[in-house]
Design a protein. Sequence first.
Length: 362
Amino acid sequence: MRFGRYGDILINSGKMRKKILISSGCGVLLFIFVLSCNNELIASLVSSSIEDISCYNEPSTFYSLKSFDTKDTKRLAAGKNIFFHETSCFDQGIVLNGRQACAVESAAKMNPGMNIYLLVLSNMDFSNSSKDLIKHLKSYKNIHIKRIFMEEYVKDTPIEEWWASNVLKSSRWPRSHMSDILRYLTLWKFSGIYLDLDVVVKSPLEKLKDFTGAESWDDVAAGVIGFGASHLGRQVADACLRDLKKNFRGDIWGNNGPGVITRTLQKICATKYARDMTSKRCHGFTVYPPSAFYPIHYKMWKEYFDSKNKTETLKVIDKAYAIHVWNKLSHSEEIKVGSDVPYAVIANQYCPKVYNNCGKIF
């Protein structure tokens, strides 16, 4: 069948439209792919633009919390210390929410023989909205809430000059990376245990020495770390702080937290994966399995907020020393006080004062 010149034009134009549609479709897919690969970059550009860290360099005032007395060697040298850090700056007073306060209370409740330190960088006092929770925390005699001033805190440490070079200026997530710096710096200065503020402690930790936990059989995490006063503990603490200084990257989220302990243990244990980091291979350092501190993987974080599978979830976390609730992912998930979701059940048991005095929403 012959269509003539007009028919040829129609056919050619149809082919052209098809090519344009295919090209456009490929372009859209490529754009989506680029966005998906760079969503961390986009998030970082947003978050870093609103993260105020000016308080890190502001000296204490009349209204500031009492400074952390690093010369209290009798208490600190014993090594029976658990440290939390709050690295945010505030305009109207320090805000500590119920879940953060729960982490601190649970550590104090389950470890009455240990000193629990909440160290903050802000040079303010607590906000009115947080003072009631702070009152309940202070009812525990082993909880100490103090302010640290970085210019003094880094003195006579391997990172003193490095910190003075304004290293956080290049960070996309300065508050998070400040938390990374502080956990390794604090455990270099004092033996003890560091905990993230989105954990709930379920068991005594006093007997745990020189350890960390794996979040999967491949990956070591940095949300729970313990460096004791032993030669091994001091050796690992020093190696971590020096790795942080050498390999700090402001453009990679996890490079300075889990990345530090992972690289350090890979050298000490002479193996790449957490599953192979046995105490024997690591010269006495213990890498606990995910069930110890991260029984619910971060991809399954909603299990902590799901009442339908409550029984199974509580069974999974039953033997854990502590649970990590993945605040970065779960912070906007609301919990009504009195509900029967697993997180609420655990909070009611291990941080009862905070849980029952935080208002209607936990």
